[in-house]
Ligand binder design. Structure first.
Ligand code: GLU
Length: 428
């Protein structure tokens, strides 16, 4: 599958079909689960700051709600497609099921590049997305959240629009809100921290001490930054980080053999995770090409950017030293690269398990918002650690017992739970 013909939805369906065979799912359950239950596509006209009107394309796809209201983020991305959103919605269903939270899967998006939009234009776009969907989403049906290039401010504008339309305060409509405005402490850290809770558990199983490890990270957005923060606290060293460069329209990897300095890099990074190349050089970082992060001499790879980054081509450059891959991004690894990892005996913590910390904390936020009572950060992170650690061991035990590749073991648990919910409800 070359990078150009890559279709994440086909990949998600291919992964599903493999596990449906293992679970011997009946035909009706297969056809229900391999496609989304509902899809919304719409135009969003936005008055731009110069007085002109631009029309954007928006999506919300609800894959399955047999276990609870749909849940999942909204991405702002110029390369967004309906098939990307379909795949991401499907992965959300498995993600909520594998960590056993009572939610289904959904995803939304708008084809746009927020780098080119003023804050006021982004506000109008966010409100426009809600206006098109106000009757089809809500605290009891479908609860959005941030994703690639969206943040707490976008969520608050969306909540405000939703509440204005419905004439009520409904803070459980959306998660990832600012703290103090219905947001949960710990939500910002949750995806990155959740990833490292699982890395910690995997290293324990591999009998490796975190302080003896080095890691290379793809991406420097929210997930990557908090993953690096906690991994450093465990004693690990990150020697390479890659990030997207908006002006050159390509990514670069930033390497420092004795370890990248998180706070220093944060100081030269824009709000979308783009590291300033010139200033990084001045600070003594080697600037390498965008794919260099994957071929570093490290023990752990953390792909925390977009889908299709670890594929048949890029996987060839992986060092023999790599023992663990933990996927902070959604869909970073193609089935061809999975075959390579399985062959080499590399321990993989698959995306919908590894990055489930975000949605798990969103679930906590929803609970807190609905009861209008907020917990301390320690309480939130303690509950998050419990959920992630329990889910990790359930998957890794099954993987060992049934000799399944970790991704397949996670799928067997998640798809099994969703299939049972559909059958218990009498849908299939
Ligand atoms: N966008 C995040 C994800 O892909 C979080 C979703 C949520 O919190 O609902 O898991």
């Amino acid at each position: 599958m070359s990078a150009n013909s890559f279709n994440p939805y086909r990949m998600a369906q291919r992964q599903f079909d493999g596990v449906a065979d293992k679970l011997e799912l009946d035909e009706a359950t297969r056809s229900l689960l391999r496609t989304p239950m509902r899809e919304y596509q719409f135009s969003i006209p936005v008055r731009m700051d110069d007085g002109s009107v631009r029309v954007f394309r928006g999506f919300r796809i609800q894959h399955n709600d047999s276990r609870g209201p749909c849940k999942g983020g909204i991405r702002f991305h110029p390369q967004e497609t309906e098939d990307t959103v379909r795949a991401l919605a499907m992965w959300m269903t498995w993600k909520c099921a594998v960590v056993d939270i009572p939610l289904g899967g959904g995803k939304g998006g708008i084809i746009c590049d927020p780098h080119d939009l003023s804050l006021r234009e982004q506000e109008r776009l966010s409100r426009g997305w809600v206006r098109q969907l106000a009757r089809n989403v809500g605290p009891l049906s479908d609860v959005p959240a941030p994703d690639v290039m969206t943040n707490a401010q976008h969520m608050l504008w969306m909540l405000d629009e939703f509440e204005a339309i419905h004439g009520q305060k409904l803070p459980g409509f959306i998660t990832g809100k600012p703290v103090g405005m219905g947001g949960s402490l710990g939500r910002t850290e949750a995806t990155g921290y959740g990833l490292i809770y699982m890395v910690r558990e995997a290293l324990r199983e591999l009998d490796i001490r975190p302080e003896d490890t080095k890691a290379s990270v793809q991406g420097f957005g929210n997930v990557a930054q908090y993953a690096i923060e906690l991994y450093n606290q465990l004693g690990g060293t990150v020697t390479c980080v890659s990030s997207w460069n908006q002006s050159d329209q390509c990514s670069y990897s930033f390497r420092r053999a004795d370890g990248v300095q998180l706070e220093e890099l944060r100081g030269i990074t824009d709000s979308f995770g783009g590291i300033d190349k010139g200033r990084a050089r001045e600070l003594g970082y080697e600037v390498l090409d965008g794919d260099a992060w994957i071929s570093q001499d490290v023990d752990i790879l953390l792909p925390c950017a977009l889908e299709n980054q670890v594929n048949a081509e890029t996987v060839q450059g992986i060092s023999d030293r790599v023992r663990l891959v933990a996927e902070g991004a959604n869909g970073p690894t193609t089935p061809e690269a999975d075959a390579f990892f399985a062959d080499r005996g590399i321990f993989v913590i698959p995306d919908f398990l590894a990055n489930a910390g975000g949605v798990t904390c969103s679930y906590f936020e929803q609970v807190q918002s609905n009861m209008n009572y907020f917990w301390s950060k320690d309480e939130v992170l303690g509950k998050l650690d419990d959920k992630m650690t329990t889910a990790f061991h359930a998957v890794s035990d099954l993987s060992r017992r049934r000799k399944l590749y970790m991704r397949d073991a996670a799928y067997v648990i998640a798809i099994g739970r969703v299939a049972s919910a559909c059958s218990d409800r009498g849908w299939v």
